[in-house]
Design a protein around this ligand. Structure first.
Ligand code: AMP
Length: 282
């Protein structure tokens, strides 16, 4: 799977990328992280990027394209990757298209996390306060002033990518103002719809095991025929009157029979009560 997460600073791209890494076992390629590492290591790229990053501007396209071109060659990127913070300009997107084309690789999709700008400042302020409380080092570009500059860069240089990818039928937009969990679920549904992941990738990990067959679960399954009947009744309601009446009777009878049979086998009281109630009504 190869996807791009697109969104302004603070929209939750990094958080969601980490969750995708955990779930699908692919790598997160964050140009921001790579540049920060280069700055910390004092490499030539780092020296070039340091001031630009601190002021909230964008590092030159050739620098970031070079970083990504090298990074996608590494073995851990073979299975797939999530691009977080790249591309950020149309020339970067064009360079990425070329890089992928040369390697016969396909981009599955671009996911835009759309957020309310005024909420972003609140988010950053909260995040910075929490990090300070934990005694963690705060990014030099995470101040409200620099964030305003980063947002301006996003608007003028990165937002055109929305048009770029929508024209190429690659863009999907998700409401980034939902909770982290809801956004993750929406991304998963989207990846399923795009065919980028298998339906079975429901992350059955130790932290999220498959539900055990408990008594409660079994009782639930005994209720299923009743649910089916409700569905059939709804369907019948759409049919012509006479047929509908017949179908309703038939469906209710059939489902009630099924439920009674199941209940007789397994015996949960709840299901049998429901069936009796239905019969009494009739
Ligand atoms: P991020 O962690 O993605 O918010 O990136 C932090 C900073 O790194 C940005 O404000 C830019 O200065 C720089 N940067 C990261 N990715 C790119 C990119 N694709 N193009 C240009 N500059 C970038």
């Amino acid at each position: 799977m190869r996807i791009i997460l697109l969104g302004p600073p603070g929209s939750g791209k990094g958080t969601q990328a980490l969750r995708l890494v955990e779930r699908y076992g692919i790598v997160q390629l964050s140009t921001g992280e790579m540049l920060r590492a280069a700055v910390a290591a004092g490499t030539p790229v780092g020296l070039k990027a340091k001031e630009i990053m601190a002021s909230g501007g964008l590092v030159p396209d050739d620098v970031v394209v070079g970083i990504i071109a090298d990074r996608i060659e590494l073995p851990d990127a073979k299975k797939g990757f999530i691009l977080d913070g790249f591309p950020r300009t149309v020339p970067q997107a064009e360079a990425l298209d070329e890089l992928l084309k040369q390697r016969h690789l396909k981009l599955d999709g671009v996911i835009e996390l759309r957020v309310n700008e005024s909420a972003l400042l609140d988010r950053v302020e909260t995040r910075v306060a929490q990090m300070r409380e934990r005694g963690e080092e705060v990014r030099v570009d995470d101040t409200p002033e620099v964030l305003s500059k980063r947002l301006a860069s996003y608007r003028s240089q990165t937002e055109p990518l929305i048009h770029y990818y929508s024209e190429r039928r690659k863009l999907s937009t998700i409401d980034g103002m939902m909770t982290i969990e809801e956004v993750t679920r929406a991304i998963h549904r989207l990846l399923l719809a795009l065919g980028a992941v298998e339906p079975k990738t429901h992350a059955r990990t130790a932290a999220n095991p498959a539900p055990a067959k408990t008594g409660a679960n079994k009782a639930k399954s005994a209720k299923k025929p009743a649910k089916k009947a409700a569905k059939a009744v709804k369907k019948a309601a759409k049919a012509p009157k006479k047929v509908a009446k017949k179908a309703t009777k038939k469906a209710t009878k059939k489902a009630a029979k099924k439920a009674a049979k199941k209940t007789a086998k397994k015996g949960p009281k709840k299901a049998s009560k429901k069936v009796t109630k239905k019969r009494a009504k009739r």
